[in-house]
Design a protein around this ligand. Structure first.
Ligand code: KIV
Length: 275
């Protein structure tokens, strides 16, 4: 039996049991070594399509492809053992109809081995969610600020701050929950709306920029590690990796230019005969 079949990952049942109990911990992961470091600390590792921006340098998540999600999903599965791994369905891979969503979700699950997929779910996506769940694919919903809709919204804007928008975000939450989503990410909404949604839906909610009123929290790992010079309001930086990497690269460059690296400790020499 392979290592992967022996180890027990968190399941949708574990995630459901966290509702109203211990807050769920989710972080994004895109590669195997980082996933291995994050895995023991997280209930869920999200292979988010934010990888388009934070790994590939794209201006938004719109250009992310199925191939990119699958490649990074495979890496995160290899690096992790106990967290549930959820892979985002990229823009254009599920919106047409339930069949398109099913075929692409199946491809992601078969080729990565992940446990669930996530859909940025406007109320229109309820049909897709129900279709996938009925056929054995756990779905995480994603409501509020939906980065894949950036061109309709005219930018990354917090949602639910007018009565109309509030009603729309509530409708998205109800639609995703009623369709059978096992968990819902709420992004970029005010605290009272996040609290109302969390109280109403029976599945756990996971917030990003949606206050402490949710059943769990997620951050983009690169943001919380301080890899970029700009940090959104809702992010807390737990490290300053940008500064650490900059300093390490500067020291390395200085050592190479001054011929201090490599030294004898980092240099192979001829083996003595018989040793
Ligand atoms: O793509 C992503 O990283 C996400 C999180 C922001 C929830 O969807």
């Amino acid at each position: 039996m392979s290592k992967q079949t022996q180890t027990a990952r968190k399941t949708v049942k574990d995630i459901a049991a966290a509702k109203g109990a211990t807050p769920l911990v989710m972080l994004t992961a895109y590669d195997a070594p980082t996933a291995a470091i994050l895995d023991p600390h997280c209930d869920i590792l999200l292979v988010g399509d934010s990888l388009g921006m934070v790994v590939h340098g794209l201006p938004s998540t719109v250009g992310v492809t199925m191939e990119m999600m699958i490649l990074h999903g495979q890496a995160v599965m290899r690096g992790s053992q106990s967290a549930m791994v959820v892979v985002d369905m990229p823009f254009g891979s599920y919106e047409t109809n339930a069949d398109q969503a099913f075929l692409n979700a199946v491809r992601i699950m078969k080729e990565t081995g992940c446990q669930a997929i996530k859909i940025e779910s406007g109320a229109y996506a309820a049909g897709q969610i129900a279709h996938l769940v009925e056929r054995g694919i756990p779905v995480m919903g994603h409501i509020g600020l939906r980065p894949q809709a950036i061109h309709v919204d005219g930018g990354f804007r917090a949602k639910g701050r007018t009565e109309d928008e509030r009603a729309r975000v509530l409708a998205e939450a109800r639609a995703a929950a009623d369709a059978g989503a096992f968990c819902i990410v709420i992004e970029g909404v005010a605290e009272d709306l996040a609290a109302a949604i969390t109280a109403e839906v029976s599945c756990p909610t996971i917030g990003i920029g949606a206050s402490a009123a949710c059943d769990g929290q997620v951050l983009v790992t690169q943001d919380m590690l301080g890899l970029f010079d700009w940090t959104p309001k809702f992010v807390r930086r737990y490290a300053d990796l940008r500064e650490a990497i900059d300093q390490a690269a500067a020291e390395y460059a200085a050592d190479v230019r001054a011929r201090r690296f490599p030294g004898t400790a980092e240099t192979y020499s001829l083996r003595k005969q018989g040793s």
